[in-house]
Design a protein around this ligand. Structure first.
Ligand code: ADP
Ligand code: MG
Length: 241
């Protein structure tokens, strides 16, 4: 079941760097919020605070209305699936073993049950014919699909994507974006950090523009892309569109 996620007033300082300066962000259950903004604006750090890889100095994070800051971080990270730019698959394990490892170790499924879950997820991402191969025999786009299947096999309530297509060869980007769009329309709650403005515009329910650790604008895709109200977003869009 998908959950809503709300964060309010998040602040985080790393070293001498005040990286997050009062961030509010929300995604409704089953909806997609996209985060756009220049490099260094704090997007990746924000995702890390939302799943408690970093503890915020101030602010709160609510999953389905309940603060997660008192929850066991390991349990929380099982509720949030994360997909990164670099897929970090285990090279010496088969595709299906990569995907079934989490369900076995963290959800306590038997080997057979975990394999069944993994095969099912690999079907969903379009890789039923690659179950027993090694990651090195797959394209970057297929490897990223395995990483997505690995996250889905944990039955997360929310999925985070951090520039999931940025490391892919251009011809492989579309397929991964199409899979992400399918997940979104299938009712997964998603927070998607991306430079793919077409995806942000057509798939998101809500867009957040971050700059220098703050949310500068937030709203529907049409509101942000057609009626950017701040010079900072106007300048950013003129550089990326
Ligand atoms: P984005 O994902 O938007 O490119 P990041 O969240 O990676 O931005 O980084 C935001 C800012 O935080 C950058 O200025 C970066 O240098 C700084 N930063 C990230 N991690 C650390 C850290 N561990 N210590 C100090 N500064 C950091
Ligand atoms: Mg980043």
């Amino acid at each position: 079941m998908s959950a809503s996620l709300t964060a309010t007033g998040l602040h985080l300082t790393l070293g001498h760097n005040h990286v997050l300066r009062g961030i509010d962000i929300h995604v409704d259950a089953g909806k997609t919020t996209t985060v756009i903004g220049p490099s260094g604006s704090g997007k990746s750090t924000l995702l890390r605070v939302l799943n408690r890889l970093y503890e915020p100095d101030q602010g709160d994070v609510l999953l389905d209305g309940k603060s997660v800051l008192t929850e066991d971080p390991d349990k929380l990270r099982q509720r949030i699936g994360m997909v990164f730019q670099h897929f970090n698959l285990f090279p010496h394990k088969s595709v299906v073993d990569n995907v079934s490892l989490g369900p076995r170790k963290l959800r306590g499924l038997s080997k057979e049950e975990a394999r069944a879950v993994a095969v099912e997820q690999l079907e969903i991402v379009g890789l039923s014919d690659k179950v027993d191969t090694r990651p090195a025999n797959l394209s970057g786009g297929q490897q990223q699909r395995v990483a997505i299947a690995r996250a889905l096999a944990m039955k997360p309530e929310v999925m985070f994507f951090d520039e999931a297509t940025s490391a892919l060869d251009p011809e492989l980007v579309k397929g991964v974006l199409a899979l992400m769009a399918d997940l979104a329309s299938g009712g997964m709650s998603m927070i998607v950090v991306t430079h793919e403005m077409g995806f942000a515009r057509t798939v998101s329910d809500s867009v957040v523009f971050m700059d220098e650790g703050q949310v500068v604008e937030t709203g529907t895709p049409d509101a942000l892309f057609d009626n950017a109200s701040t010079p900072r977003l106007q300048r950013f869009l003129s550089q990326v569109l």
